[in-house]
Ligand binder design. Structure first.
Ligand code: AMP
Length: 289
């Protein structure tokens, strides 16, 4: 399938070609696992491919830098797109199918997105990146309709995104099982991200502090009031050279509302967003259980 000369990878650029290829597998009862990505793949993405490989007969990975989820044109423009490297990595990890549509293929009918995820799309990432989750909902729905997977895999790294996708599947009654996989980190604790390539070596090293601050918050969960933990974390984030913290909040894992007493909450998670230099990073940690 030129121009991607990889022997076992089946690369498709159109929904119709993908659908034709997958139909016989689906008909014969094979389970299709799906990993949606924006490319610039790293070990975090590969962990999702591996989870999908374990539980399905066929794994589809999509690579699509979705313009509607970017609220910052500069971020979209400089988003890394190392296509050949991505395809080589997917082949190395025995991914079966890659869906790599152009923007025109996905947005040909230009249908407006009107669904509202409620408060979930307006807090944290939704607040700092207005419209982001509308774009995520729009593209993930279209990708699910194109791939029709039995099971889709996402990273806990984008904690709020996973809740939005759970709501998407429930609101539209989509027959797809969802799994959130653990965050894969660099040796210094920095959560792997395609945007990490924009960090200088020094920034990358300093960004390890985010994990340290999350871990320290987890250790102190029952020792200090939540408001104090959040304030201390924000102060410590601000001490990272070149850092502008956006938020650090301890919330529940269902609707991301504020936790006041961790003792009475089933699950507490700390969500953080911080800019280091020009690069915006997000991370999170389940503090309890
Ligand atoms: P992206 O290409 O950034 O849209 O990410 C595609 C998928 O990979 C999403 O479900 C992310 O949550 C997941 N992902 C990104 N970074 C990591 C990571 N460090 N560990 C695990 N999953 C990740």
């Amino acid at each position: 399938m030129p121009p991607y000369p990889f022997s076992k990878l089946n690369v498709f650029k159109t929904k119709s070609a993908l659908g034709e290829y997958l139909a016989p597998f689906r008909k014969s009862g094979k389970r299709i696992g799906f990993v949606p990505t924006m490319g610039a793949l790293h070990a975090g993405h590969i962990s999702l491919i591996q989870a999908a490989k374990k539980e399905n007969d066929l794994v589809v990975c999509s690579i699509f830098v979705n313009p509607t989820q970017f609220n910052d044109p500069e971020d979209l423009k400089k988003y890394p797109r190392p296509v050949e490297k991505d395809l080589a990595l997917l082949e190395e990890h025995h991914c079966d199918v890659v869906f790599m549509p152009e923007v025109e293929e996905m947005y040909a009918d230009n249908a407006p997105w009107t669904h509202d995820f409620g408060l979930l799309e307006r807090v944290f990432e939704g607040k700092f990146r207005a419209g982001h989750f509308r774009g995520v909902g729009q593209i993930v729905k279209m990708l699910f309709e194109s791939v029709e997977p039995h099971h889709a895999y996402f990273g806990q790294k984008d904690f709020q995104q996973f809740l939005v996708i759970k709501k998407l599947v429930s609101d539209f009654h989509m027959p797809v099982e969802l799994t959130a996989c653990p965050i894969v980190r660099e040796a210094n604790g920095l959560a792997m991200s395609s945007r990490n390539v924009h960090l200088s070596l020094e920034e990358r090293s300093n960004a390890g502090q985010i994990f340290r601050i999350l871990s320290q918050t987890r250790e102190n969960l029952y020792l200090f009031p939540v408001a104090e933990l959040e304030k201390t974390a924000m102060e410590q984030l601000a001490l990272i050279p070149g850092a502008s913290p956006e938020y650090f909040n301890i919330v529940n894992n269902t609707d991301l509302s504020a936790v006041t007493n961790p003792e009475t909450e089933a699950v507490c998670v700390a969500l953080v967003a911080v800019r280091i230099g020009k690069t915006r990073l997000i991370d999170n940690m389940i503090l309890k259980p």
